[in-house]
Write a protein that binds this ligand. Structure first.
Ligand code: SF4
Length: 381
């Protein structure tokens, strides 16, 4: 099975912490139809590789795909579905939405186009934090969008950020709890990280960005985990929580090493080319270049071949982020090599310290150690 990711490369304004492939645009300047045509042209070129495959999930991310007219997004979705021999019995189709380009009417139009899951970029319910993050909405706009989404769509997820300066762990937990109480069935909670190629990165280099102390951020992580557990959410991936059965099919497919086709400016794809081999590529992130070249090979600005140990390491990085860990049989089938070969001593040491367990055919890191996940994975590399 293959998942499809479609990238929409524009936002109304670039947020100062964001290093995603996105740039600011005025609403009226979005090339609605031309972008759909460009994505369809790219799909046409890649279609031959999909004919015998099944479609696992579709995700429209960005950028701000809720700026795309639902009719244009719907054309792309139909063409994606038509390109596969088969699809999951209940195909999960998610669209990321920002409160400033979303309302009930848009939610209904997206549902009519075949979308069945929304992911809302809420980020915070505090106006002061939203301003710090450079967001265009306020807390009232966030709640209105959330209510519209829940009224129309069966499955709604929200993004929440924590670790802002001046935010206490109790505040972060209260926000997560409030969102759960408002009806979300899935929540992604990310700590604010400072990426070098962003406005925040530049301010930080000049020593002009106030940051939250690390202990405060760690304590917010634990408090959010606790608040959501109390409300019946399962912490199933380092940054993701879901009510029973509401995990993101798309993201799980990715974390479990599944193949995915990336379409759109700046999109990344990774397709299996033979047993134990894969090819990862990245499209040109510049929208104007993408619009010109999407139907041609030169739309790709990066590619790499992955084999054997590369694929095991990918699985260590991604699979260990989840509560199920790295499935050893699946990792062996994907990579063509024994995933534990050469790392027996490191695994034994991690298990001895309680940082990892090997059980039921999987290597996993217990959730209570996820704050230290990066260093645990590094030792197993
Ligand atoms: S809205 Fe999202 S994708 Fe767009 S700039 Fe802000 S964080 Fe980045």
């Amino acid at each position: 099975m293959i998942s499809v990711y479609v990238h929409f490369p524009w936002c109304l304004q670039k947020c100062p912490y964001c290093d995603f492939a996105s740039s600011g645009i005025r609403r009226q300047d979005v090339p609605q139809e031309a972008y759909a045509e460009a994505v369809l042209a790219e799909l046409g070129r890649r279609r031959a590789a999909l004919r015998d495959e099944g479609l696992a999930s579709v995700f429209f991310g960005g950028g701000t795909p809720s700026l795309w007219e639902p009719a244009q997004l719907g054309r792309v979705l139909s063409a994606v579905r038509d390109s596969f021999a088969d699809e999951a019995a209940t195909l999960e189709v998610t669209v990321e939405c920002n409160p400033t380009s979303f309302d009930r009417e848009r939610a209904e139009a997206l549902r009519a186009a075949g979308v069945n899951r929304l992911s809302l970029g809420i980020q915070s319910l505090h106006d002061q934090h939203l301003r710090f993050l450079g967001r265009l909405h306020n807390h009232a706009g966030a709640l209105a969008a959330l209510r519209d989404a829940c009224a129309v769509m069966e499955r709604v997820s929200g993004d929440l950020m924590f670790g802002m300066p001046g935010q206490s762990a109790a505040q972060a937990a209260a926000e997560a709890g409030r969102l759960a109480d408002e009806g979300l069935d899935h929540l992604s909670a990310y700590s604010l990280t400072i990426e070098p190629e962003t406005q925040f990165g530049a301010l930080n280099r000049k020593g002009r960005l106030q940051l939250a102390p690390e202990e405060e951020t760690a304590s917010a992580f634990e408090s959010i985990r606790h608040a959501l557990a109390e409300r019946g959410f399962e912490h199933y991936e380092v940054s993701n929580y879901a009510r029973p059965g509401e995990h993101s099919v798309h993201n799980l497919h990715y974390w479990q090493g599944g193949a995915y086709l990336g379409l759109g400016a700046g999109a990344v794809g990774c397709l299996h080319t033979a047993p134990g081999r894969a090819r990862r590529y990245r499209n040109d992130p510049r929208p104007e270049r993408y619009l010109e070249t999407s139907a041609a090979d030169e739309v790709e600005v990066f590619e790499e071949a992955l084999a054997g140990e590369d694929l095991v390491r990918e699985q260590l990085m991604l699979g260990l982020r989840t509560r199920w860990g790295m499935d050893l049989d699946r990792a062996r089938a994907l990579s063509g090599v024994d995933p534990l070969a050469g790392r027996e001593a490191a695994v034994e040491a991690a298990v001895g310290r309680g940082d990892a367990v090997v059980e039921e055919g999987a290597l996993r890191v217990p959730g209570r150690h996820w704050l230290r996940l990066d260093s645990i994975v590094a030792e197993l590399f």
